[in-house]
Design a protein around this ligand. Structure first.
Ligand code: GSH
Length: 171
């Protein structure tokens, strides 16, 4: 693991992000920046098979990135981490809507509808044949949603945009 210290100037113990390249870990950096929280990055290397280094299993038994450590607490699963951080540190930041309709759209983006099919992106011809059309329909869906509202949940940027936005980039 390689440590990258971010400059925060805060006396708070930083949240540690176990970060893997080309992964959902970018969403966690995004939300931490939005929340203006101090954090430190531990880079997890990918092996030749693109799997995360087994070292990550010492942090969390699933061995997948992202994982964060917030004090004694270890938190895995990107959507849950975003929720956890917003709930714990997001007071006054307006990153989660309270309006019922907006909350519906917000929660909808956390469901696995897009993750499952876009997972891994398109890396070869077989992926292109099978995943290409699915990827297209999911991107079309997101675009149609954004035709209805300025942001995915409502008129304000929220955790839903962090979750789905980078999902479209990497996963
Ligand atoms: N549902 C989990 C998926 C975690 C996951 O599969 N992470 C991938 C990167 S996006 C990973 O760790 N890949 C390397 C590996 O499987 O060893 C989440 O959203 O955090």
């Amino acid at each position: 693991m390689t440590e990258v210290q971010t400059s925060t100037g805060s006396s708070e113990p930083p949240i540690i992000v176990y970060w893997l390249s080309d992964s959902r870990a970018d969403r966690i950096l995004f939300i931490l920046e939005e929340l203006e929280l101090p954090y430190k990055i531990e880079i997890i290397e990918r092996g030749p098979n693109r799997l995360a280094s087994p070292e990550l299993k010492k942090i969390h038994p699933l061995g997948k990135s992202p994982v964060i450590k917030d004090g004694e607490r270890v938190v895995a699963e990107s959507g849950f981490i975003i929720e956890y951080l917003i709930e714990k540190y997001g007071k006054g930041k307006n990153l989660k809507p309270t309006d019922e309709e907006a909350l519906f759209h917000y929660n909808y983006t956390q469901s696995p509808w897009i993750i499952k099919h876009i997972i891994g992106g398109i890396f070869n011809k077989v992926d292109e044949i099978f995943l290409g059309p699915t990827l297209t329909s999911h991107i079309d869906f997101l675009e149609a949603e954004l035709d209805k509202r300025q942001w995915l949940a409502d008129s304000d940027f929220s955790g839903a945009d962090v979750h789905a936005g980078l999902q479209s980039k990497w996963q």
